[in-house]
Write a protein that binds this ligand. Structure first.
Ligand code: ZN
Ligand code: ZN
Length: 206
């Protein structure tokens, strides 16, 4: 049972981050974590890796110098019905699947109703383990509906450290309301750093 882990880390493969898997593993060991996840974006993100990157996951060691490694994806939700930018054949092969709304990925939702529908759709995807930065004020949602569905499906909602520090400003109050609702409905909260580089000072800007 792992109690101190961080699944939300980006490598150079995401196109907007600057560390390798080995650097992330070493940094996590320094910080006393038990396990780290690699969650690079899917190909819909500008600069993101080709699908081959995810298909070749068997090459990734699941332990580096004593640090447990899991290889997943931060999938981009690309439609208002919650469709992801990775096919099911890859989603089912990965160690975990995170999903979330991002700009510049082809997602065309514009309203709170659109974003809510998109997240509810993603929450019904059996391969999705958690929703990244649902508190992003850029994509307002019906918080109660999303928290209720997350609790029903057992999918965690993330509190993203970068959202509380340097990007997605305004997330904190929304996250607090989401946590409160999750507690009421019996849902799961997951913490993620959105790690992008060695000094860990900023997260992805979407
Ligand atoms: Zn991220
Ligand atoms: Zn993100």
């Amino acid at each position: 049972m792992y109690t101190c882990f961080d699944l939300h880390n980006h490598t150079v493969a995401s196109g907007h981050a600057y560390s390798t898997i080995e650097e992330i593993a070493a940094r996590a060991k320094d910080r006393g974590l038990q396990l780290v996840g690699i969650a690079d974006h899917g190909p819909a993100m500008p600069g993101g890796p080709h699908l081959y990157y995810f298909g070749n996951h068997g090459q990734i060691p699941r332990q580096i110098d004593g640090m447990e490694i899991r290889f997943g994806v931060e999938a981009n939700i690309i439609s208002t019905d919650g469709k992801l930018n990775l096919p099911e054949s890859l989603l089912k092969e990965l160690d975990f699947v995170a999903a979330g709304l991002h700009g510049d990925t082809g997602y065309e939702g514009k309203t709170k109703a659109d974003h809510t529908k998109a997240l509810l759709g993603a929450l019904e995807n059996p391969y999705v383990d958690f929703i990244v930065h649902p508190g992003n004020p850029r994509f307002p949602i019906d918080e109660e509906a999303v928290a209720r569905k997350a609790a029903e499906t057992g999918v965690a909602l993330e509190v993203n450290n970068s959202s509380l520090t340097v990007v997605r400003l305004g997330s904190e109050e929304i996250c607090l309301r989401l946590i409160t609702k999750l507690k009421e409905f019996g849902g799961i909260v997951i913490l993620g750093s959105d790690y992008q580089q060695q000094c860990g000072r900023f997260g992805c800007s979407n």
